[in-house]
Ligand binder design. Sequence first.
Ligand code: NAD
Ligand code: UDP
Length: 349
Amino acid sequence: MPRKARRSPATNAVLVAGGAGFLGSYLCERLIGEGWRVVCLDSFRTGASENLRPLEREPRFSLIEADVCEPLPSSIKVDRIFNLACPASPRHYQADPIHTLLTSVLGARNLLDLARANGARLVQASTSEVYGDPDQHPQRETYWGNVNPIGIRACYDEGKRAAETLCFDYMRQHEVDVRVARIFNTYGPRMRPDDGRIVSNLIVQALKGRPLTVYGTGEQTRSFCFVTDLIDGLYRLMDIEANPRAPINIGNPEEYTINELARLVTELTGSASPIVYEPLPSDDPQWRRPDITSARTVLGWSPSTSVRQGLAATIAWFNAANAEERERGLALRPMGLTFRTPAIAGALG
Ligand code: NAD
Ligand code: UDP
């Protein structure tokens, strides 16, 4: 007999684990804008204090520096939890693969326990990587995927798959209100220039006049979603009353080969950089495009920013921010800026 998650009085507070990261910082801002009190929990492993600067003086925002693998303070009182805590770029998640796997699994377990104790709703940031190197195209949520369980991407892919399993087991066994978003490649301002992902790499290379690195033949595809569209999808998934009780793809079905993307970045930056071809990393998925029928019908969501528009905005941001200075600043700055605002007292009980 499943035991029901405990209902607690409304705190009007949301916990964003991984809130100092690329996506998480936008989510924190969106939530503050919607009137929530936001508690950001982050280890700053790949996050940056710069991302949170716009919220530094916001009285309804507070920050806890912690690792989701460790037991979480039981004093945290929130109505909603977003779990975004996990490095997302292959370069970062492969730097410490054991910790990546544990972050997904132990992090999900700890946050699900917290959701259960608080009677809170939880949104898990899962990924299109659960489909691995897919042999179905586009990818629908009913597809079980094709993942190499012992390859260099497995720490991320299998960690996220196990986290999804935990989410659905907590839903069945403990009636926790869990929702799972399968996020496809997302890009935008605030991506780290050194994170090794294709959009940031191409833009930084083009702006610096360096050769654009394309791995393999460049005929593999990805589908790119602009960050604010993605955040809107996550927000809606949390906000709908009826739990979909199934994962939902959130991404932009606009699909590009990496060669096409490199040509578009060249055009939009006016760069004269040549393309250089480098070896394809192992297990690199050959194609990826979300079927977003569920997101359209269940959430009333679809992306509104074209890749051309989104890339232009991202290029403008990298340009204005001076990519080189930003890279040095983010790499060297201690990630431990911890500021506690009065709001934390309430959120922590
Ligand atoms: P990111 O690396 O910028 O953000 C991750 C954040 O989590 C960082 O602030 C990092 O410091 C924090 N973090 C990592 N390990 C932690 C730990 N053990 N304890 C506490 N905090 C920890 O990545 P992102 O692009 O913002 O991705 C956010 C989430 O969305 C991730 O869960 C990722 O798997 C998922 N996702 C992102 C994409 C994408 O294209 N950006 C695609 C699919 C899924
Ligand atoms: N890629 C590339 N050049 C780069 C970085 C990435 O050709 O400088 C390729 C990579 O091999 C993959 C695609 O671009 O096929 C997307 O890579 P990214 O790391 O952004 O995301 P993911 O592989 O996790 O979807």
